[in-house]
Design a protein around this ligand. Structure first.
Ligand SMILES: [Fe+2]
Ligand SMILES: [Fe+2]
Length: 168
């Protein structure tokens, strides 16, 4: 199914990163509560699905093969982002701090993307140096992504669940 578009796992994730960066840029320029809410919802959905793909499939495949501390840090960064994602999803664009929350989420994600794919010794670079079959992983992730996207449009996704950070 859709095997003509085979993509290695890191490229699939990089495409997601570019997409969400584009959405944040649109949000920065957006005016009107309706547009902002729609964009924020799209950002949150993209990030929920992306973090699930990484946490369920990508990071576990790399555990023990790349720097452990980098993976731990990535998971805690996801958790931190999830707190804002859930908060933004529950809020309205005219609520206090709404724009600030989206802005801080953007900054957190930009920092996280640097560590995954941009800075020296980043996670994706480390992944490419392992014997992990990134194409096979990419295929699994693409299938999971499709299923989650379908769920997001039909019934909506539940709030994001932090893994490492206690929330209550
Ligand atoms: Fe990522
Ligand atoms: Fe990530």
């Amino acid at each position: 199914m859709a095997s003509e578009n085979k993509q290695d796992a890191t490229h699939l994730l990089i495409d997601d990163h570019r997409k969400v960066e584009g959405l944040f840029a649109k949000f920065e320029k957006a005016s009107g509560d309706g547009t902002k809410e729609k964009l924020a919802h799209e950002i949150c959905t993209e990030l929920k699905i992306h973090t699930m793909l990484e946490e369920e499939i990508f990071y576990p495949a790399l555990r023990g093969k790349i720097d452990d501390a980098d993976l731990d840090e990535a998971i805690v960064e996801h958790d931190s982002a999830k707190l804002l994602i859930n908060d933004i999803e529950a809020a309205e664009p005219d609520d206090d701090f709404y724009d600030a929350k989206v802005k801080v989420l953007q900054e957190e994600i930009e920092h996280h993307i640097k560590e995954e794919e941009k800075e020296r010794g980043n996670i994706f670079q480390q992944a490419r140096a392992t014997d992990v079959d990134l194409e096979a992983l990419g295929e699994r992730m693409a299938a999971r992504k499709q299923a989650l996207m379908r769920k997001a449009t039909s019934e909506g996704l539940p709030p994001a669940r932090p893994i490492a950070v206690e929330t209550a």
